[in-house]
Write a protein that binds this ligand. Structure first.
Ligand code: CUK
Ligand code: CUA
Length: 662
C-alpha cells in the first residue's frame, strides 16, 4: 500500500512538472530556484529543452529503466550505458588489455582468454580489436540477460561476455575467415550465434591465392557457432560454417516468429571488384558500385544444421564446412536482388518483414517472408548467380519500398508497425510504416511518417529492445559519426555523438547528446534493466571467474603460505581491508613465482587491487575472486607492491614488499 501510495505521489509530481512546464511556470517544489521556466531562462534554455532534460533525467540514486550495451569500435571493448540518462556505467574489456580490471595485465584467467583469441592463423599476437555488433542472448526472441557476444571486425573473432559478472570469458578466433563484420546475431533461443566474413578469403591450405583466382578460390563464410546454454561458451566442435560466394557479406539478422529458421545477410561488391588502382585497375569503390542490384542472402539455417548433422560437411581447419555446392544442392541458400550497395538487413519484431537500406538508393526495400517462402517453393527464380545460387525474382519477394531520404542504412522497430531508418547522408532518422502483417491499416502501409535531424552523419540507430519480438518503442538512440560543433574544441580527434530520441510523442524528438570519447561504436542493443537477472553482486568465496566455480588455489584466512618446489615459489595470499597476508615475499633471482591471491571479503564492492609495478602486473580482485599471477623473478631488487583500489581508510597502508635477492 505504502509503495503504491508513493508511486501515486511520484506520478502526481511528474504530472505537475509537465503541467508547470506547459504553463511556462512551476508552482513550488523546486526549492529556492524558482519555477522551471525561470531556471530554464537563467540557463539559457527553452522550456522545450528543459522538458526534454526532464524526460531524460534519472535522479541521483535511481536506476535507468534500460541498459544499453554498446560496442566500443577501435577500443576493442564493450560499454554499458544507462538509458534514458545516457550515463556511462561500465567498460568491459574484450579484445584489448585494460588496467583497472587487470584484464590482460598478468592475471592468468584473462591472459588465457586473450591468448586463446590469437590463433596461429594470425601473423602476430593480437592486442586490439574493432568491436561493431553486440548480440545479447535471447529466449523465445526476447532478451534474457544471460550473455552478450561481440565481434571483432578487424579479425574473424568473436568474444563472449558472461552477464553474471559482466566479464569476458571467451574469445574465439575463427578459422577460414579473416574479418567479421555485420553478420552478428543470435537465433531466437540462442542455439547459435552467427558471425560472417566481410572480405572473402582464399579457402586454400596456406590461405593464399593470387587475386586473379578470386572467383575460383576466394569465398565468404557464414559461421553458426553452437552455444553451451550453461556457460554461454561457443563449442567449435558442434559449430559449422557455410561457404558463400566471394561477395562482401554485410549486415545480417535472424528470422523470428514468421521467419524463424531463416537468416538474412546483405552483401555488396557482388561485382567482385578487387581494386588495383596502381596496376591499371579501377578503385574498389567504383568497381563495387557498378551493378544496379546486389544480393540479399537467404539461409535456411535449420536445414543447414540438419545437413551438418547428417555429415554432409568437410572438416576445414578444425570446423565443419558446408561447401557452396552442397548449400546449393541441399536448397539452403538463395539470393534476392537488393538495390545497389545496400547496408542493413533488419527483421521486424513480428518476423514478417526484412528491411534493407540502400546506401546509394533513397528507398528502403521491404521483403515479405511469406513471398520469399512461396518463391522458393515455386522455384520462381530469375536464373542463378555465376556460382549457381538460385536468384529469386525481385518483384516476387518485394512487398514495398518507401522513399525515406538520402543514404538509408540501418532500420529499427517499435513493435507498433513502424520502422526507423538512419540516413547517413541526410543526417536524419525517418519513420515509416510497415505492412498489414505488422498491424498497419490498409492504405497506411509503406509510408513515410516523420523525419528528425540528428547531428551528424548517423550510422546505426537502436530502439529499446528493438532487435527482439518485444520492441517497445520508448526511445531510440542515434549513433552519429561526426560531432563537429556540438562540443568544445578538445583537440583534433572529435568525440562520436550518441543522441537520445524520444519516440513516445507523435513526432520524434532529440532529448540529449552524449559525447562518446572511447572509440567509434557502431552498434548498440538496449535491454530493459529488469531483464539483467543473472547479474551477481558478489562472487561466492574463492571463485575462479573463468569457470565461475570454486578455485582449487583459493586461500582461506589463516591458511596463507609460501611453498617452494625447486625454483618455483607458490604464494597463497589473501587480501582484505586493509592488508595482504603475507605482506613480505622473499624469493631469489631466477625463481619462477606463482601468486594465488584471494580476496576473502564478501562485502559487495570491497574490491582490492594487487600490483607489482616493476614486474608489470596488475589485478583487480573483486570480493570472493581468486586470481593467479605468474612471473619470472629475473630482476633483483626490493619492490613495493600495493593495493590499487581505494578500499578503506587505511588503503594507503595496504602494501608490502617483494624482495628478490640477487
Ligand atoms: S556497420 Cu558501422 S554504420 Cu559495422 Cu554495423 Cu553500419
Ligand atoms: Cu585494498 Cu586498497
Amino acid at each position: 500500500m505504502r509503495a503504491s501510495g508513493r508511486m501515486l505521489v511520484a506520478a502526481f509530481v511528474v504530472g505537475s512538472l509537465i503541467v508547470g512546464l506547459v504553463a511556462g511556470r512551476l508552482s513550488g517544489g523546486l526549492g529556492g530556484g524558482g519555477s522551471l521556466a525561470t531556471i530554464a531562462d537563467a540557463r539559457g534554455m527553452t522550456v522545450a529543452e528543459a522538458e526534454g532534460a526532464l524526460k531524460a533525467f534519472t535522479p541521483p540514486g535511481k536506476y535507468d529503466e534500460y541498459t544499453m550495451v554498446s560496442s566500443g569500435g577501435q577500443s576493442g571493448n564493450l560499454y554499458l550505458i544507462g538509458v534514458p540518462s545516457m550515463r556511462l556505467l561500465k567498460t568491459i574489456p574484450v579484445f584489448t588489455p585494460e588496467s583497472w580490471s587487470g584484464y590482460g595485465q598478468g592475471a592468468d584467467w584473462s591472459e588465457t582468454i586473450l591468448a586463446e583469441g590469437s590463433s596461429d592463423k594470425q601473423a602476430r599476437e593480437l592486442k586490439w580489436g574493432d568491436t561493431h555488433h553486440p548480440g545479447l542472448s535471447e529466449t523465445n526472441g526476447e532478451y534474457d540477460g544471460r550473455f552478450v557476444y561481440i565481434n571483432d571486425r578487424a579479425n574473424g573473432r568473436i568474444g563472449m561476455v558472461d552477464l553474471r559478472d559482466f566479464k569476458t570469458k571467451q574469445i574465439v578466433d575463427l578459422p577460414n575467415m579473416q574479418t567479421s563484420h555485420g553478420g552478428v546475431f543470435v537465433t531466437p533461443n540462442t542455439d547459435y550465434v552467427h558471425i560472417s566474413s566481410m572480405s572473402p578469403v582464399p579457402q586454400t591450405p596456406d590461405g593464399y591465392a593470387p587475386l586473379d583466382q578470386y572467383k575460383e578460390s576466394y569465398r565468404g563464410i557464414s559461421s553458426w557457432l553452437s552455444i553451451d546454454q550453461g556457460t554461454g561458451r561457443i563449442d567449435v566442435a558442434r559449430s559449422f560454417q557455410i561457404e558463400l560466394p566471394p561477395y562482401t557479406q554485410d549486415l545480417a539478422d535472424a528470422g523470428k516468429l514468421a521467419s524463424d529458421g531463416f537468416a538474412f545477410i546483405g552483401s555488396y561488391n557482388t561485382e567482385m571488384a578487387i581494386g588495383g588502382v596502381s596496376e591499371g585497375g579501377e578503385p574498389i569503390e567504383k568497381g563495387a558500385s557498378a551493378r544496379d542490384f546486389d544480393y540479399l542472402h537467404i539461409i535456411d539455417w535449420k536445414k543447414a544444421a540438419e545437413v551438418a548433422a547428417a555429415g554432409k560437411t568437410e572438416l576445414r581447419n578444425g570446423i565443419r564446412v558446408i561447401t557452396l555446392q552442397t548449400a546449393i544442392d541441399e536448397g539452403l541458400l538463395y539470393l534476392a536482388p537488393e538495390p545497389r550497395s545496400p547496408h542493413g538487413a533488419d527483421v521486424s519484431p513480428d518476423g514478417n518483414y526484412i528491411v534493407v537500406g540502400g546506401k546509394l538508393d533513397p528507398n528502403v526495400t521491404i521483403y515479405d517472408i511469406e513471398l520469399i517462402k512461396k518463391a522458393i517453393a515455386d522455384k520462381d527464380f530469375d536464373g542463378n548467380d555465376e556460382f549457381g545460387v538460385p536468384v529469386l525474382k525481385f518483384a516476387s519477394v518485394m512487398a514495398g519500398q518507401v522513399e525515406v531520404g538520402l543514404g538509408p542504412l540501418h532500420t529499427q522497430f517499435d513493435g507498433k508497425g513502424n520502422g526507423f531508418v538512419s540516413l547517413f547522408l541526410d543526417s536524419a532518422v525517418s519513420k515509416f510504416s510497415l505492412g498489414p502483417k505488422a498491424g498497419v491499416k490498409a492504405g497506411e502501409e509503406f509510408k513515410l511518417l516523420d523525419n528528425v535531424k540528428v547531428n551528424y552523419n548517423i550510422g546505426h540507430l537502436a530502439t529499446t529492445e528493438g532487435d527482439t519480438v518485444a520492441a517497445d518503442g520508448r526511445y531510440l538512440v542515434a549513433l552519429n559519426k561526426w560531432s563537429i560543433d556540438r562540443f568544445p574544441v578538445i583537440g583534433t580527434l572529435k568525440p562520436q555523438n550518441f543522441q537520445l530520441v524520444d519516440l513516445q510523442g507523435d513526432q520524434m524528438r532529440v532529448l540529449a547528446d552524449m559525447p562518446v570519447g572511447f572509440g567509434e561504436p557502431h552498434y548498440v542493443q538496449i535491454i530493459k534493466t529488469s531483464r539483467l537477472t543473472s547479474a551477481i553482486d558478489v562472487y561466492a568465496p574463492g571463485t575462479d571467474p573463468l569457470t565461475m566455480a570454486a578455485s582449487a588455489v583459493a586461500t582461506e584466512a589463516g591458511k596463507e603460505r609460501v611453498e617452494r618446489d625447486g625454483d618455483t615459489v607458490h604464494v597463497y595470499m589473501t587480501a582484505m581491508r586493509s592488508h595482504f597476508t603475507p605482506d613480505i615475499l622473499r624469493v631469489k633471482r631466477g625463481d619462477h613465482v606463482v601468486m594465488h591471491v584471494t580476496n576473502i571479503e564478501q562485502t559487495a564492492d570491497a574490491t582490492h587491487g594487487f600490483a607489482i609495478p616493476a614486474y608489470n602486473l596488475q589485478a583487480s580482485l573483486d570480493p570472493g575472486e581468486v586470481v593467479t599471477l605468474e612471473f619470472e623473478a629475473d630482476k633483483a631488487g626490493s619492490f613495493a607492491f600495493y593495493c590499487t583500489e581505494f578500499c578503506s581508510a587505511l588503503h594507503l597502508e595496504m602494501q608490502g614488499w617483494l624482495l628478490v635477492e640477487p
